[in-house]
Design a protein around this ligand. Structure first.
Ligand SMILES: [Fe+2]
Ligand SMILES: [Fe+2]
Length: 425
């Protein structure tokens, strides 16, 4: 474990490299300074209406204030590093779970999965949701590997040790055809999937406004008990009749349910990143670090949007899984259900093709509903909330010690440090 106990303490990488920049830094108005200083900045942001007016006062020339608005001069702070290290760790978790999906269900090539042939019944069962599913699984995996790699390389470039989670890659692989037999960080066979994101994005209610709002589950039974999203062994694919044309193949209900479970889990994972990046971005100081978050975050949203569209193609099905001692029921979400009036105020609209974000309350209801990512509040969301949602999801079931896995403790420590970051302009 190469992680430092207090990441970035001695590092203020990317501190101003020229004397001018250093001077600018020393004069930057700190958030803790007087209200009048902050008001001055508001004037600047408000379209320069007050330039030259007495509002500046305090001996600061407008040109000096303008220079201090150039965020390029802001150093990478300890908080920025904490955010980057947390995201690098989380992307490593994402890459680990997507790697497992891709080995079994993704298009097989040397780029992501290696040439292990995949699991043809699983790959074809996923295509019940969309004929392009294997390609999408492959590409989502490629993206997550790139996120983790980029953040690791970036941290090293500024002299910060990336988080190394390899000592925790202890969980077993699937025994089904296609899976490599290596240690894993995550467990995709005992998931409890919160599918309330489905109705949250179809509702006018924003959890940032009403943290106690109830959002209906798209698949209530996935949020109860444990469910596998990958075939655990060839027993889970037994009975499939495979045709070179996937539309002519037939599958046992258990394998269909496993594929549909994966479809909803894909969306669950990616909507988490969709909220996490904009939430953490609000605490970033350095402009380049902000650009990293603003550039990776929306790619998570692209993933989410794809997956929530595909998951809606699941067909009605009820299956009992004896291994997990659980059952799951999928209903026909694709049937038009109509929107409630006023626009799913109670978060109960599940109609599958409503994949564009329903306008929701934001900042103040007086502004009117607006189509946005939600939640993004730093009060209710952030790094620790993201880790806790993955724990609730069951991704780390089996990590030792069972009652308080060390991997979770490490992730929560990183998350706590990321959540403590504050924008310092
Ligand atoms: Fe990612
Ligand atoms: Fe992602």
């Amino acid at each position: 474990m190469k992680m430092r106990s207090n990441p970035g303490t001695e590092l203020f990488a990317h501190t101003a490299s020229t004397q001018d920049e250093a001077a600018a830094d020393s004069q930057r108005v700190a958030p803790s300074q007087s209200l009048s200083a902050r008001n001055r900045r508001r004037f600047l942001k408000g379209g320069m209406l007050a330039v030259g007016a007495t509002a500046f006062g305090a001996g600061l020339a407008p040109s000096r204030l303008l220079a201090s608005q150039d965020d390029n001069s802001a150093p990478i702070t300890k908080g920025d590093i904490a955010i980057l290290r947390f995201l690098q760790a989380l992307e490593t978790i994402e890459a680990d779970l997507w790697q497992q999906y891709s080995e079994l269900g993704g298009t097989q090539d040397n780029e992501v999965s290696g040439l292990h042939g995949g699991n043809v019944p699983y790959m074809q069962a996923l295509q019940l949701l969309d004929g392009d599913m294997p390609q999408y699984v492959h590409d989502n995996t490629d993206d997550e590997i790139s996120h983790a790699r980029f953040l690791s390389n970036y941290l090293q470039s500024i002299g910060v040790q990336p988080v190394d989670l390899t000592p925790f890659a202890q969980l077993p692989s699937s025994k089904a055809d296609g899976a490599r037999q290596v240690g894993r960080l995550t467990n995709l066979t005992q998931l409890t999937i919160d599918t309330s994101f489905w109705s949250r994005y179809r509702s006018i209610t924003n959890p940032d406004f009403d943290p106690n709002a109830v959002f209906a589950q798209a698949v209530p039974s996935l949020n109860v008990g444990m469910h596998t999203a990958i075939p655990r062994s060839n027993d889970d694919t037994a009975g499939s009749v495979i045709n070179p044309d996937p539309t002519q193949s037939t599958f046992p209900d258990l394998l269909k349910a496993i594929a549909f479970t994966a479809g909803f889990h894909f969306a669950f994972i990616e909507q988490g990143g969709t909220s996490l990046y904009p939430t953490l971005a609000q605490h970033v100081t350095n402009l380049e670090v902000l650009r990293i978050l603003l550039s990776i975050g929306p790619s998570e949203t692209m993933h989410f949007q794809t997956w929530q569209d595909k998951a809606g193609n699941a067909t009605p099905l009820t299956v009992v899984d004896k291994t997990n001692n659980s059952s799951v029921t999928f209903t026909a979400l694709q049937n038009a259900q109509g929107e409630t009036d006023p626009e799913s105020l109670n978060g109960d609209t599940l109609q599958a093709n409503l994949i564009m974000p329903e306008p929701t309350h934001f900042l103040n209801p007086k502004f009117g509903p607006v189509a946005i990512i939600r939640p993004t509040s730093t009060k209710f969301g952030g790094a620790q909330a993201a880790v806790n949602s993955l724990v609730q999801d069951g991704l780390f079931r089996g990590q030792k010690p069972l009652n308080n896995p060390e991997l979770v403790r490490v992730l929560l420590q990183l998350a706590e440090e990321a959540d403590e970051a504050r924008r310092q302009l």
